[in-house]
Design a protein around this ligand. Structure first.
Ligand code: UT7
Length: 330
């Protein structure tokens, strides 16, 4: 059998309608549009307002969009992987709920927890089932309802995050040099005290005290995380370019995790890239955790051409980080 690469066949997405602006955030906490724009680069983020809907709703809508766009029959999908840090429940998995909602009757399904690196972790995992020949059609969906774990009384975190779902269909190709060529993923548990959800897991189950202490919301020591993010995302992206002899001129697109405009700019600078080659939509969606990268691919899909060399890179809780080298296939 010829060697197979995993290739993206289509992208679907769903973003909630409600736009939470910096002005509205300024009515909740002591902040300004000027501070948020200059320190982070976010103007607005989408929020799923309905308290009865979780991230599986966003993932379901994204997968429905993907199935429609790619003309895929639900019964032909063999595996669904969901990257999420905000599942509806600790169990069952979000993947199970999304596969059920979208009638993927012949698929098995599981979640990948890589926080902001969830999409690249999921891409590597899902690709293995294609490359090995085990499955022909695999869906990777990233679904995050960050607003459910965001403390809108904490000005240091509440401007940062938004809700979204985005999904890709992966298939195999024998065409050489197309699809996922390489990925370089990392984990370092040193990040635990700097970025975490303190309560609700088995180490600190929900109690009156955890609610009172607001421990069910994102905790982040931003300045520290910022330093790790810039150095690790830059290093892993530059190394990927060196490893595959990619000069900045050869690269069609850089797709960075959208946590902070200054992190994106610093990483692009280390890669010696013009801003026109960098996919940036943080100003409109904020940080949607695992969904940032596929949301960029979805928005830029019409501009992508077969053979375009792309580097995707990310950094998040764990710490988790990595880069993928991908050559566009359609
Ligand atoms: O996606 C997962 C990984 N996460 C990241 O990559 C995020 C990395 N971190 C960051 O993006 C940035 O650190 C933040 C955007 C979170 C914060 O920006 P910063 O430039 O690092 O600000 P800082 O935390 O150093 O705070 C600077 C000042 C502080 O005031 P003092 O102590 O200098 O008087 C904060 O209290 O800004 C203050 N501040 C604010 N002021 C107005 C913090 N948040 C706000 C706010 N509005 N929303």
């Amino acid at each position: 059998m010829k060697k197979l690469n995993a290739v993206i066949k289509g992208i679907g997405a769903f973003v909630p309608e409600y736009r939470l602006t910096n002005e509205e955030i300024g009515t909740m906490v002591d902040t300004t549009d000027e501070w948020i724009m200059s320190r982070v680069g976010i103007k607005e983020r989408r929020i799923l307002k309905d308290p009865n809907l979780g991230s599986s709703y966003l993932g379901t809508k994204a997968v429905e969009d993907l199935l429609r766009k790619t003309n895929t029959k639900p019964e032909d999908v063999e595996l669904l992987v969901c990257a999420t840090a905000t599942p509806d429940h600790i169990f069952p998995s979000n993947a199970s709920i999304i596969a059920y909602n979208t009638q993927l009757k012949n698929a098995w399904a599981f979640d990948v927890v890589g926080a902001c690196s969830g999409f690249l972790y999921g891409l590597e995992v899902a690709s293995q089932f294609i490359v090995s020949g085990r499955h022909k059609k695999v869906i990777l969906v990233a679904a995050e309802k960050m607003s459910a774990i965001t403390d809108y009384t904490d000005r240091t975190t509440c401007p940062l995050f938004g809700d979204a779902g985005a999904a890709i269909l992966l298939e195999g190709t024998e065409e050489e040099g197309i699809g996922l060529i390489d990925s370089d993923l990392h984990t370092d548990g040193v990040g635990l005290p700097l970025l975490q959800l303190k309560a609700g897991g088995s180490a600190n189950p929900a109690s009156f005290k955890t609610v009172e202490n607001r421990e069910h919301y994102i905790y982040q020591e931003g300045r520290q995380v910022f330093k790790y993010a810039v150095s690790n995302m830059s290093a892993v992206s530059v190394n990927m370019m060196k490893k595959h002899n990619i000069e900045s001129n050869d690269l069609a697109w850089f797709v960075p995790h959208q946590a902070n405009m200054r992190i994106i700019e610093a990483t692009a600078h280390h890669m010696n890239l013009d801003k026109e080659k960098v996919m940036i939509n943080i100003q409109r969606y904020g940080n949607t955790t695992a969904a940032t990268l596929p949301l960029c691919l979805w928005e830029w899909e019409n501009q992508l051409k077969k053979g375009d060399k792309i580097i995707m890179a990310t950094f998040g809780a764990g710490f988790t980080w990595g880069a993928a080298y991908y050559v566009w296939g359609y």
